[in-house]
Structures are given as structure tokens and as C-alpha cells.
Design a protein around this ligand. Structure first.
Ligand SMILES: C[S@@+](CC[C@H](N)C(=O)[O-])C[C@H]1O[C@@H](n2cnc3c(N)ncnc32)[C@H](O)[C@@H]1O
Length: 369
């Protein structure tokens, strides 16, 4: 990928390298961190791989607006004229959107940032975040914009959210030859690189299939059911938990959309799940779920960058098989240090979710020694 902002923009920090060299360096980093040579690598496409993006809106003194990003020295912003990593759908509309906002004082004034979400079918969801109260005149002009560009707009300001038509998009993912439907809601967590996401879910299915264990499956940090729903068909029953109320709501909706009925999605933090499973605390949220009736064989964790807390380490240590998806090799290393005496790393994969950055997404399959 080439971009005129390489070197100045703080978003892409790796540039001027052959992609094969970038991957080699990432591989080398995890290999030396974990002392492992056998690492499966899943490269990304080189351009238009990001299905979501967020830009600041920069207002110049002459009234002109631009998209802006933090600069590479982290002490200011740069104005963005191209961004070849955003999806084709976002790219095809974001520039004309900027020009149309530019032409309208009502839409332009005190506009602080714009977030984009796409699902590879031409549709995009656009959230416009303001430092002013949004009134009827804003709504009238935004509806015009929505119609002209064939997009879905949400306006946000302090304690205010205006959804003009809808606040979600429908993503269709073909995983192992089967199509799954997901509702992706504005603000809900979604994996940024859809092609790599499919490969990650398929990789997990391969692990589960080859273990041939069946039994029941536990997942924490499940989000909207991205892994849970395709994986559920390999187990009798599934318990999947997550801290975010809105993600659990969409996970339940996604279950229905896919005709899946063997998953209990429950809003519980990882710590609360541990308290519930160990019998230390009972939760009204679990009143319809008989925890003792599960015969868990495998656990999947996909925590945020901070990795697992001590409760979660204790939780996963009760399982024979652990699948750990990580977006931060440093916290992953810290957590694996606590597990390595009891578990062997049987598979290690590197998924390049974030090309042109130093971020690394890894997946590990651990078996009790
Ligand atoms: C990296 S995302 C993974 C989501 C999902 N596995 C996916 O593929 O879309 C991490 C998720 O963990 C959730 N989360 C953050 N802290 C948590 C906690 N303490 N307990 C449970 N879930 C948490 C977030 O809301 C988010 O949905």
C-alpha cells in the first residue's frame, strides 16, 4: 500500500517496507517473545482492509473542513486527503460526504468527529459527533444527506443520539462454506478486518474440529457472538459471557437471525463469571441458566488489550483446552507465563488484522500437560 501521509500520520506506523518484510518482523517478534518457531501466518490484503474508521474533523479559519488524524509525533494532527486502508465502501463515500457537509453551515458547525462502519455490501453507517445540541434543522439537512448518499446517519452530541433510519448494519460472513448473518450496531465491538476475522473464526473451528471433544463450550469476552455463533454447532451447549449490555443484546439477536438455539448469552464480566462458576456469588442474570448442568470441555477468551485478569487466569485453568485470541503480544506473554507450567502451546497463529502498524493479533491453542 502506498499513502501520501506515510511518515506524517500517526495511524500507520510501518511504511516503506515490502509487506513480506513487515510480516517477517512481526513473526520474529512473537517468535522471540514466546520461543516458538512454528507460527502460522495469515496475511491481510494490502489496501481497503479496514471496515471501520474514525476521523477528527478539522475546521480551518476560512471555514473549510478536513478529516484529521493524530500525527506521528503525537503532538498535533495532520489533515487527511486519502486513506487507502479504509474499506472501498467507506472510501467511495467519505470524500463526497465531507464536501456536502462543508457546503452546509448547519451540518458543519461544531462537528467534532465522524465514525464510519461498513459491511462490504455498499452500505455504510456514519456517526457524526458534535459539540452542540442537534435540532430539527440539523435533522432535516441530515436526512437530505442520507438520501443523496444512500447512507445511514446517526447524530450524536452530549446526552443526545439521533438515529435517522437505523443504528446497525447487517454483515454476512461465509465461514467454512456457510453464511452467517450478524447485526453490527454502532459503538458495539466489531473486528476491524473482515477477511482476517473470517480466517480467525475458521482457525478456531479447525482446532475444535480436530480435538473432536464435543461436550460444552465456554466463551468469555464474546462481544456480539462473532466466534460463538459459528462455533456453537460443534458443541452440545454453549455459555457465552461479556461485560457490555448492548453487545449481549446484539448477540441474542444474532442467535435468532442464524437460527441457533444452544447458546446462553449472559452479561457478566470475566470476574463475575468466575464468581458464579465457583459458587461464590449468585446473579439474577443467571436465574434461567443451570451452571451445574454444563459439561465444559473448551474455553475461548478474546480479551481487550489489557489481557486476562487474575480471575480469568483462574477460570481458564479449570479447562483442559484453552483457545486464547489476543490483540496484544505483551499481555499475552504475561498471561502465558502464568499458564505455561500447566499447559503446552499446541498451535500458534498470527493474524495480520492491522497491517502497517505494529499491532499483532495472535491465536493460541493450549492443552493441559
Ligand atoms: C477484543 S473484543 C472481542 C469480542 C468478540 N470476541 C469478537 O470477536 O467480536 C473484547 C470484548 O471484551 C469485552 N470486555 C471488556 N472487558 C471485559 C470484562 N472485564 N469482562 C468481560 N468482557 C469484557 C468488550 O466489551 C469486548 O466486546
Amino acid at each position: 500500500m502506498d499513502c501520501k501521509h506515510f511518515g506524517a500520520c500517526g495511524s500507520c506506523t510501518i511504511y516503506g517496507l515490502e509487506y513480506s518484510e513487515e510480516l517477517r518482523r512481526k513473526r520474529e517478534r512473537v517468535s522471540s517473545l514466546f520461543g516458538i518457531d512454528d507460527i502460522e501466518i495469515f496475511p491481510s490484503t494490502q489496501t481497503h482492509y479496514r471496515a471501520r474508521a474514525e476521523f477528527r474533523v478539522w475546521h480551518s479559519k476560512n471555514g473549510k473542513i478536513d478529516y484529521a488524524m493524530g500525527n506521528s509525533t503525537r503532538d498535533g494532527v495532520i489533515l487527511i486527503e486519502e486513506c487507502p486502508k479504509v474499506s472501498k465502501d467507506i472510501n467511495s463515500k467519505m470524500w463526497v460526504l465531507r464536501d456536502m457537509i462543508q457546503a452546509s453551515p448547519i451540518l458543519r458547525e461544531r462537528l467534532f468527529s465522524i465514525e464510519f462502519l461498513s459491511v462490504s455490501n455498499g452500505e455504510i453507517l456514519v456517526t457524526m459527533i458534535y459539540h452542540k445540541r442537534l435540532d430539527d434543522s440539523w435533522e432535516i439537512e441530515s436526512r437530505e444527506l442520507e438520501k443523496k448518499l444512500d447512507i445511514s446517519i446517526i447524530g450524536r452530541s452530549r446526552k443526545q443520539k439521533i438515529t435517522l433510519s437505523r443504528d446497525f448494519l447487517t454483515q454476512r460472513l461465509t465461514i467454512k462454506g456457510r453464511e452467517y448473518i450478524y447485526r453490527y450496531y454502532e459503538l458495539g465491538f466489531t473486528q476491524p478486518n473482515p477477511e482476517i476475522n473470517i480466517k480467525m473464526v475458521e482457525w478456531v473451528i479447525d482446532r475444535v474440529e480436530s480435538s473432536g471433544d464435543g461436550g460444552d463450550f465456554l466463551e468469555t469476552y464474546c462481544g456480539l457472538g462473532n466466534f460463538t455463533i459459528p462455533i456453537s454447532s460443534y458443541f452440545n451447549r454453549v455459555l457465552a459471557t461479556e461485560i457490555s449490555k448492548s453487545s449481549i443484546k446484539s448477540a441474542k439477536e444474532n442467535c435468532q437471525l442464524n437460527g441457533v438455539d444452544n447458546i446462553d448469552f449472559v452479561r457478566l464480566s470475566a470476574g463475575e463469571l468466575m464468581e458464579a462458576l465457583s459458587g461464590r456469588r449468585s446473579f439474577r442474570r443467571l436465574k434461567d441458566v443451570d451452571l451445574d448442568s454444563f459439561n465444559f470441555s473448551t474455553v475461548l477468551v478474546d480479551p481487550p488489550r489489557g489481557g486476562l485478569d487474575m480471575d480469568s487466569i483462574e477460570l481458564v485453568s479449570n479447562f483442559n483446552k484453552i483457545i486464547y485470541i489476543s490483540c496484544n503480544p505483551d499481555t499475552l506473554k504475561r498471561d502465558i507465563e502464568l499458564l505455561k507450567d500447566r499447559y503446552s502451546i499446541d498451535k500458534f497463529a498470527l493474524f495480520d488484522q492491522f497491517p502497517h502498524t505494529t499491532h499483532i493479533e495472535s491465536a493460541l491453542y493450549l492443552n493441559r500437560r
